[in-house]
Design a protein. Sequence first.
Length: 208
Amino acid sequence: MAEFDVDAALIAKVTDYVQEYMSHYDGSHDFNHIKRVLRLAQHIQARTPNTSRPIVTLAALLHDVGDKKYVKPGEDASRLIHATLKSYGATDALAEKVQAICLGVSYSSEVKDPSRVVALIEEHPELAVVQDADRLDAIGAVGIGRTFAFGAAKGRALEDTIEHFEDKLLKLEGMMKTDTGRELAKERSERIRKMQEWWQLETGEVVQ
């Protein structure tokens, strides 16, 4: 595994950049989301061989930069992370690697072309770690809260928002790549199923 020189100063600059960048998003994709994904990613990385903690840290911090849901007019989402890292003194090789990992995190992109993600993980095993961490933050109690926050930001009815549990969230457990991710996803998915049960009890024909 190639080693990259990632110093604390670079991580600090990236952290500050991401905190400001995410401050313009709604509560479902704010800096608290980034901090949770970073904590999960570092937890998974410590249990996943042949992965680099500095690379995982940078990719976890930057994984939502250039997200198509929020990208600004004129921004090149496919190169934004690379350009940002280069501006902070990162080597081209490091910037390319982190950019490639972040572009591979997307759920919708994997659904469209799963073989591409398999190939990316073979080249960049840190992708499996960051991808699992991001998806873990989409399920469980936090995931439920984020789903309703995103629905509210988009003006969606509660009934439409709850459908997202079945449409996407309960599929994530089966898409985890690491052993640790699968273990954590199992419990968090059960919390979503319990929420679905409560929702049906409270909105069904019989008042309970």
